[in-house]
Design a protein around this ligand. Structure first.
Ligand code: MG
Ligand code: MG
Length: 260
């Protein structure tokens, strides 16, 4: 197994560009997340995010990607990832994962979070909070000199100790001038000390997906939307990170006024 396939290392200047596109995606994501209330449709959220991105001079990079129709991926309850924004009206208690991407000045941003719509059950709240924490643990294990398996096993060990499963088929990725670059960033079934070694100049996403039930997923008839095979809830959070000489930077931080 090659340690490094085709990983394009970024200069400090390029990492700063990625921070700008990441911030745009993070702000747009929160524009949508704030509007995610009972009675609002997924398409309305999608429109808000697209308008924000275009008003800032960016483009929605998911839209048209292999034919994907949305600016956002909106995955409700047992939907896992790649949910197409439809006229579905959000209901009190829904668990909504929103993934948002933006391209700015040739560089890509990609970030995701999960919110409860209105009041959610205790079980849903715990899934959301645990998934956020799993992502943060992943980010905390992104440091020059560590390996993929060090990060991945930390995420999986935490998630499973909390009683959740980690989805295998949908993984993180390098990010740069392309939305999806090497390396592939998996969140399960890796041993510490194995996998690619993290180096200065790498930029990639940490985006674990946790399921209440089993990890297995199925793709719906629309060819995009993925749901859990057992119909139980799923949640996801995603940050993009970059490794620099000065330390690890989170690329997908919003401006303070956009914080939820
Ligand atoms: Mg994403
Ligand atoms: Mg991603």
């Amino acid at each position: 197994v090659p340690i490094r396939e085709n990983i394009r290392l970024k200069s400090r200047r390029e990492i700063d560009k990625l921070r700008e596109s990441g911030r745009l995606a993070a702000n747009a994501l929160r524009v949508a997340a704030r509007a995610a209330k009972p009675g609002v449709s997924l398409l309305e959220l999608d429109k808000l995010a697209e308008q924000y991105i275009r008003a800032q001079g960016g483009t929605p990079n998911f839209k048209g990607y292999h034919g994907f129709p949305g600016t956002l991926c909106t995955s409700v309850n047992d939907r896992v990832v790649h949910g197409i924004p439809t006229d579905y009206i959000l209901q009190e208690g829904d668990v909504l994962a929103i993934d948002c991407g933006a391209k700015l000045d040739g560089w890509h941003g990609d970030t995701c979070l999960t919110v409860g719509v209105g009041q959610v059950s205790e079980a849903s709240r715990r899934l959301i909070d645990t998934t956020r924490r799993a992502m943060e643990i992943g980010v905390e294990h992104c440091r020059v000199g560590l390996r993929l398996g060090d990060m991945s096993s930390a995420v999986q060990t935490f998630a499973e100790a909390e009683g959740y499963s980690v989805v295998r088929e949908y993984i993180g990725h390098g990010i740069g001038r392309d939305l999806h670059e090497d390396p592939q960033v998996v969140f399960a079934d890796q041993r510490p000390g194995t996998g690619f070694r993290m180096e200065v100049g790498m930029a990639f996403t940490i985006e674990p997906i946790l399921n209440v039930g089993g990890p297995r997923c199925v793709v719906e008839k629309d060819g995009w939307t993925v749901r859990t095979a057992d119909g139980q809830l799923s949640a996801q959070f995603e940050h993009a990170v970059a490794l620099t000489k000065e330390g690890t930077l989170i690329l997908s931080l919003p401006d303070p006024e956009f914080e939820l």
